[in-house]
Design a protein around this ligand. Structure first.
Ligand code: SF4
Length: 407
């Protein structure tokens, strides 16, 4: 058991909140201001503090990665390959890790997947979580295969003796469990309540499952309370966080394809993180999971909670003097994977170009037929051609950060 997770209990549970009613709206914590872009110290790599009247969040360790207890929000995602195909799954885990994913979850629906999980685990660069539904034996097998955490679902691992068996092995392996109370997977007895009161049902189902695990001695618990509706999701987490100390995995479940899912997730997760709620996050996109990691990083960076590159690029218009959109498309993914607190401006003409380029750590701008490079507010070159821009940017980023862009 994590020593920090000893006997902390909620300090402000009242009866109505324990029954699932809404607590007072939490005050919104203020965010680190960014004065000028260069001076903003983009991405502090810190956690936003929850409101003072909320219980302190406990901490758990997932293969050495701390979740909760004031640690910065941890990015996670989930593989989409069949886990029994361990080589394809490992390749995806490595791609996710390279993009900045800190924990990866794999489905373990059957014995072949448990074996595959074990093979990936032996070679994975990041801790792995086993996602288990229906068959508690798959949780036991995943623990045998070295899982760093298990995800269980109150809706489909329900029998007391099964929960007890899994709890015993969790304690023996000294690994945490995530209780995933989603709109589609709440405990059976909350299903009637769900229709008029989805928040109460999701929260109540999670609380009940946590208490069942605690009866068997499990204290290293992470909780998720997801709905496909962003504002229902926000209300679930607000209500739970106001009374419970468990670290929170935040996300909007089944958020949809790329643009839809990113926007819905950004709204819900942005609100929660700005209130200090959220210890680990996943954006669930119907897409390549690497995109999920990029969206997580950008949400955290937008809140100044993560060290990452901030790119300012003009949307272009009839005045643009070079193929700016082509350059941005080429640079976008390499820049998204770069952990460095710098700002880069890519600007198309003299209207806003020189101003934005000056305000960034590194700026490129075309204006009046000249192709210029700015560094820390000064023009350092004006003899470039359009073809030089990508290479010059890459060189300057390397000089400033020691990291090469994978162009
Ligand atoms: S910077 Fe110039 S090209 Fe870019 S959107 Fe503004 S006016 Fe148009």
């Amino acid at each position: 058991m994590d020593p920090q997770a000893s006997e902390q209990r909620p300090t402000n549970v009242n009866q109505s909140q324990a029954d699932g009613s809404a607590p007072a709206a939490p005050p919104t914590a203020s965010l680190a201001p960014g004065s000028s872009m260069r001076a903003s110290g983009i991405g502090l790599g810190t956690a936003q503090s929850p409101p003072a009247h909320y219980p302190q969040r406990r901490s758990v360790s997932v293969g050495g990665v701390q979740i909760g207890g004031g640690a910065p929000c941890v990015i996670q995602s989930m593989t989409t390959t069949p886990t029994r195909d361990w080589e394809a799954t490992l390749a995806q885990v490595i791609r996710l890790a390279d993009a900045g994913c800190q924990l990866v979850r794999l489905s373990v629906p059957d014995e072949a997947s448990a074996v595959g999980f074990g093979e990936v685990k032996k070679r994975s660069p990041v801790p792995l979580i086993a996602d288990v539904h229906f068959h508690h034996r798959m949780a036991l097998r995943s623990i045998e295969e070295g899982a760093d955490k298990i995800r269980l679902n109150p809706g489909n691992v329900t029998r007391r003796e099964h929960i007890e068996e899994v709890a015993k092995e969790l304690l023996a392996a000294r690994i945490p469990v995530r209780v995933g109370s989603n709109s589609g997977s709440i405990a059976p007895r909350y299903k009637t309540q769900y229709v008029p009161d989805p928040v109460g049902a999701i929260v109540g189902s999670a609380r009940e499952y946590v208490e069942q695990l605690r009866e068997f001695g499990v204290e290293d618990i992470v909780v998720a309370l997801k709905s496909h509706d962003p504002m229902t999701t926000v209300e679930c987490y607000r209500r739970f966080a106001a009374t419970e100390p468990w670290p929170l995995h935040i996300g909007v479940t089944e958020a949809g394809p790329g643009i839809t899912g990113a926007a819905r997730s950004a709204v819900a997760l942005g609100l929660l993180l700005s209130e200090g709620i959220g210890d680990t996050m996943r954006v669930s996109l119907a897409n390549d999971p690497v995109e999920e990691v990029y969206v997580c990083r950008e949400i955290l960076a937008s809140l100044n909670l993560r060290k990452t590159v901030r790119v300012v690029a003009c949307p272009t218009c009839a005045r643009v003097e070079f193929d700016l959109l082509g350059l941005v498309e080429r640079l976008e993914k390499p820049l998204l994977s770069l952990d460095a607190p710098i700002s880069i401006a890519i600007m198309g003409c003299a209207v806003n170009g020189p101003g934005e380029a000056r305000d960034a750590d590194i700026g490129i701008c075309a204006a009046g037929g000249r192709y210029m490079l700015f560094k820390k507010g000064e023009i350092v070159r004006s003899d470039l051609t359009e073809a030089d821009f990508a290479g010059v940017l890459s060189d300057e980023i390397f000089e400033m950060t020691g990291k090469r862009l994978a162009l």
